[in-house]
Write a protein of this length. Structure first.
Length: 210
């Protein structure tokens, strides 16, 4: 199921707007906004490519969110269903964006996007001033698989974002050796004397015959 949020919603709770979001985790101002009679909810997506970060939101025009400018996509940005689980299982998120300009398509085709960070925010606008009340991060992960679908008039990019918890399923290949340690901390001699200590007999409370 995909969810698109970019219009006012009257008289409904957050369970109807975004059923996967636990209202108890929202900041107080945002929780009050989504509980009001008229709520203007939105999603905001941040994709950190090497050449620059792309920020999009499910509304019209540019919007300042936490000091950063997000470009409005209207109904062209769709967010897949989010699932909240009680264990440490890794859940993925899928997003799709239609009607893309050439710059975004170029990033999808030429950049090494895999493993770059992505964030999804949920927020609400003030009904009178159209300003952002607050936005809260509901998912953070790493970009995984991106596909492009072309049609006669437009192109659509679909992106799968892996949860950061997926790293718990991968083996840790780091070793307690000087060479491995210097790969992460060049110049640090912490492990230089580990190998000479192997099978070395140390005097402790007695004298060793020479």
């Amino acid at each position: 199921m995909s969810v698109t949020i970019n219009s006012p919603t009257a008289g409904v709770g957050i369970s109807a707007i975004a059923p996967s979001i636990n209202p108890n985790r929202l900041p107080s101002a945002l929780a009050a906004a989504v509980a009001s009679a008229d709520v203007f909810p939105f999603y905001a997506l941040e994709l950190a490519f090497d050449s620059g970060t792309i920020r999009l939101w499910t509304g019209i025009g540019d919007k300042i969110i936490h000091g950063e400018t997000y470009t409005g996509t209207g109904r062209l940005l769709e967010i897949g269903e989010l699932q909240e689980v009680g264990d440490l299982s890794a859940q993925n998120l899928s997003v799709s964006l239609a009607g893309l300009d050439a710059a975004i398509i170029s990033l999808a085709l030429t950049e090494n996007y895999q493993g770059r960070t992505a964030r999804l925010l949920f927020g609400a606008l003030n009904a009178n001033t159209n300003t952002v009340i607050d936005a809260y991060e509901i998912f953070a992960g790493l970009m995984d698989v991106m596909t492009i679908q072309h049609s006669a008039n437009t192109a659509t990019i679909s992106l799968t974002i892996e949860s950061k918890l997926v790293s718990l399923q991968r083996p840790n290949v780091r070793r307690y050796t000087s060479a491995n340690h210097k790969m992460r901390h060049p110049g640090d001699t912490f492990f230089d004397f580990v190998q000479p200590l192997q099978d070395k007999e140390l005097a402790w409370g007695r004298t060793i015959a020479s």
